[in-house]
Ligand binder design. Structure first.
Ligand SMILES: NC(=O)c1ccc[n+]([C@@H]2O[C@H](COP(=O)([O-])OP(=O)(O)OC[C@H]3O[C@@H](n4cnc5c(N)ncnc54)[C@H](OP(=O)(O)O)[C@@H]3O)[C@@H](O)[C@H]2O)c1
Length: 247
């Protein structure tokens, strides 16, 4: 069982695609989830051309029927899942911005609900649906794509670099995702499964925008490292490029 099986949601572009590229040398079959199959197939062609052993699964994280499809796919083909990268996510607005979605006082509740459905509830639902297969892995790894913007400690500190970078709906959804990381890691503490939150950096993707400070080629490193942690690696942490971040 030397080849590992990985599932990266939202793997057709941006950080999910880059993370798939970065798993090339990890003896890993990388299955990217893509809600648009055609775009997913194009991404797989690029990944294979780069030497990644890649496949695509049509997958929309807000469609509950797709959780069962994903379970059935990995169960029937491999009988287990070694790596789950919960990467798919939405900003709910433009970064940086001043729209109501960024405001705690004015946030439209339907927008808050949509961002939480995608960035939090769906991540929990998919992870719990696939957990029986991850439990069958000899070294399961779950990576939740959070953000430094989910850090309550840094948001509350006037001297922190993100003090003025407040985007309420997105930030709160990532704080909630971090809570999932801590709680799930606690429950799985006596297993071979590690659960961690990743902050990839501020990365030039469609979401990160052109002013982001990190190139896409660097942006997958945190996710890939947490997806391939050794047996003595951490669980229940929040990391950026190997360094812990405050919750
Ligand atoms: N870029 C940054 O600076 C940054 C910083 C911190 C954290 N993050 C986090 O990193 C993750 C990836 O971000 P990114 O910058 O790569 O964003 P992106 O360029 O906007 O790509 C987002 C990916 O998620 C997919 N996605 C969105 N909604 C989905 C749904 N309902 N079902 C399935 N897939 C869906 C998109 O698919 P479609 O192509 O079909 O839309 C796309 O593949 C996100 O969780 C984000 O919050 C990013």
């Amino acid at each position: 069982m030397s080849q590992k099986i990985a599932f990266i949601t939202g793997g057709n572009r941006g950080l999910g695609f880059q993370t798939a590229l970065d798993l090339k040398d990890a003896a890993t079959k990388v299955v990217i989830g893509s809600r648009n199959l055609e775009q997913g197939q194009k991404a797989v062609e690029k990944l294979r051309a780069a030497g990644v052993d890649a496949d695509v699964l049509k997958f929309d994280i807000t469609n509950p029927a797709d959780y069962k499809s994903a379970y059935d796919y990995f169960n029937s083909k491999y009988g287990r899942l070694d790596i789950l990268v919960n990467n798919a996510g939405i900003a709910g607005g433009k970064f940086p911005g001043t729209g109501p979605e960024h405001s705690a006082a004015d946030v439209p509740l339907d927008l808050l609900d949509k961002v939480f459905q995608t960035n939090f509830f769906a991540q929990v639902a998919l992870t719990t649906a696939l957990l029986p297969l991850i439990r069958k892995s000899p070294a399961g790894r779950i990576v939740n794509l959070s953000s430094i913007l989910g850090s309550l400690k840094l948001h509350a500190d006037p001297n922190s670099p993100i003090y003025n970078a407040k985007s309420f709906a997105y930030d709160a959804s990532k704080t909630a995702l971090n809570a999932f990381t801590v709680h799930l890691a606690y429950e799985l503490r006596d297993t071979n499964i590690k659960v961690n939150s990743a902050h990839p950096g501020w990365v030039k993707t469609d979401m990160g925008g052109e002013h982001a400070t990190m190139e896409l080629s660097e942006g997958g490193k945190t996710s890939a490292a947490l997806a391939t942690l050794p047996d003595d690696g951490p669980s229940g942490g929040f990391f950026h490029l190997g360094k812990p971040l405050p919750w």
